[in-house]
Design a protein. Structure first.
Length: 545
């Protein structure tokens, strides 16, 4: 179905279901906004239990719903000083949505905010980004969770799979695909919003990027979209960021690590009450990758990503996710081939699918500590995803009784063939960066974060990383990283990194951030004996973020 026809079809669905759609339409909250951490802290204090984290971004109306839930609980308890500050700050950042949520008819027929948010960022980088380009041996003969075998055919050595892509900017992942070069960089962005009663809304965010290395300034449209509907049914058309998964540092199917897609999205910004599947949220995203020519083969597949989240209990969230490349130039686009690819992978289909499930569980008796995990597979045996990759972690929102300290740990393991595909040679990359986890495939990553809240706008955080590549699928390669039987064996690349950041108030509507990071890489790009040290300094002023 062509995108223009789909837009008309989706708009008809929204219009035909006003009881679901015509709530309070509102733009989305940027994924790097502190609003997410504010809401997360409130859930740590037990003031929010209906939150769903596996689909982001949140709409501003959804954030307002959560704030109102926290306010109602705070009214019958004695909230901590930090919880009270969090609620006050959220009221400052969500005035329109809090004013009209639940009384949508009072929203003005037309309104706008020409400068909703703004940010000036300076980045100084000393170092070199890692290339993910490497040959990987895929032995096949998989089991499930490393147990058993034979779910895929065994393949003899060598059977090289080609990993591709780049990390973009060292020490700065999940930034809408913005790549900062060595030396000084400036990033200026601002957003404006328009509202059409309670029915529709729109947002636009251009960004201006300047690099000392190129001495050029470029203008990019980072986000620009229109939304119709809200609550249980919403249509969004335009360019926007998306994140599917409960992870903090990364998710497997879709994150904002790469550039934002031009999308058509049907979703429920707020949980929907259902008779058989408990409370649920969903997101259906349609887009298309950019044109690539790899090894003489032109590709430009369509992308379909979807997620269904169910919440059977206040403290349990369960999700099913799917990401799929399909069709485009250079592959068989016949109806029969497309149908075979939809119902199950074949050796001659025209698709590449990544699918799995995730879960988040909160323990009120342990100060609302959360455990979460995601499993996704590049293949399946019956209904079960195999060729698995994992994200798993825990979050302790109240490491101390006061709630001023929190701790997070997260682990990622990307399978040897994660983000690769024989039909679509570039794999799950958009402008040479993974659209899922920033560390790419055939990787292990350990992440630890501690933060202390002096106040709601004054936060000090320390982060540590350990990343390994080359543990899985080592091969003999030539100087360019391609398989060569007479080449040298790949070394195991080890990266250790530290990052410290301080966020503090600069003025009433302005906040400042200072961040310094440093990393040490041994066997850089899997070359034995090569070392690399990268440093990054980041300073920024943010307006009403």
């Amino acid at each position: 179905m062509k995108f223009s026809k789909f837009i008309v079809f989706a708009a008809c669905i929204v219009i035909l279901y006003p009881c679901l759609a015509f709530a309070l339409s509102s733009p989305n909250i940027p994924l790097d906004s502190p609003i997410y951490s504010y809401l997360e802290k409130l859930s740590g204090f037990g003031l929010i239990t209906s939150d769903v984290k596996g689909i982001r971004p949140f709409s501003r109306a959804e954030a307002a719903r959560l704030v109102k839930e926290a306010e109602s609980r705070a009214a019958v308890t004695t909230p901590s000083a930090l919880a009270t500050e969090l609620l006050d700050r959220l009221r400052e950042l969500l005035p329109r949505e809090l004013a009209y949520y639940g009384r949508d008819e009072a929203a003005p027929a037309f309104d706008y905010d020409p400068l909703k948010t703004a940010r000036l960022r300076y980045v100084y980088l000393e170092g070199t980004p890692r290339s993910y380009f490497r040959a990987v041996h895929d032995p096949g003969n998989d089991g499930v969770f490393g147990i058993g075998s034979g779910l895929r055919p065994a393949t003899p050595y060598p059977n090289p799979v080609q990993q591709r892509g780049s990390e973009g900017t060292p020490l700065f992942e999940n930034n809408d695909g913005v790549v900062y070069r060595a030396g000084s960089n400036l990033d200026l962005r601002g957003s404006g919003e328009v509202y059409f009663g309670s029915v529709a809304s729109a947002a636009v965010e251009p960004m201006l990027l300047w690099s000392e290395q190129s001495d050029e300034a470029t203008l990019r449209l980072n986000r620009a979209y229109a939304k119709l509907g809200g609550k249980g049914l919403e249509l969004e058309v335009g360019r926007d960021e998306n994140w599917l998964g409960p992870g903090y540092r990364g998710a497997i199917t879709l994150t904002n690590n790469a550039r934002n897609f031009d999308i058509i999205k049907l979703s429920s910004p707020e949980p929907v009450q259902s008779k058989y599947l408990w409370d649920l949220k969903y997101s259906l995203i349609f887009s298309r990758f950019e044109k690539t020519v790899t090894e003489g083969q032109e590709r430009r597949p369509y992308l379909f990503a979807g997620k269904l989240l169910m919440k059977p209990l206040d403290h349990l969230e369960f999700g099913i996710n799917l990401g799929r490349q399909v069709g485009g130039p250079g592959v068989n686009n016949s109806f029969g081939t497309t149908v075979r690819g939809m119902v199950g992978g074949t050796s001659d289909d025209n698709s590449n699918t990544l699918a799995g499930f995730d879960m988040r569980l909160r323990f009120p008796s342990l100060r609302n500590t959360e455990l979460y995990g995601e499993l996704s597979g590049e293949d399946s045996a019956a209904f079960w995803p195999i060729v698995e990759s994992y994200v798993a972690g825990f979050y302790m929102p109240r490491l101390s009784e006061s709630g001023n300290d929190d701790l997070r740990f997260e682990y990622f393991r990307g399978h040897r063939i994660l983000y690769t595909n024989g039909t679509f040679k570039e794999g799950y990359l958009y402008h040479n960066m993974p659209i899922g986890h920033s560390q790419g495939g055939a990787t292990q990553d350990f992440f630890l974060r501690y933060s202390h809240w002096f106040s709601v706008r004054n936060n000090l955080a320390f982060e540590a990383f350990h990343t390994r590549r080359g543990d899985y699928g080592r091969m003999t390669v030539d100087a360019e990283g391609r398989f060569d039987a007479a080449g040298v064996m790949q070394a195991i690349e080890r990266k250790n990194a530290l990052r410290a950041s301080w966020t503090f108030p600069f003025a009433k509507d302005w906040s400042a951030l200072l961040l310094y990071g440093q990393e040490w890489i041994h066997n850089f790009e899997l070359r034995a004996g090569d070392t690399q040290m990268n440093r990054l300094l980041r300073a920024e002023l943010s307006y009403r973020y």
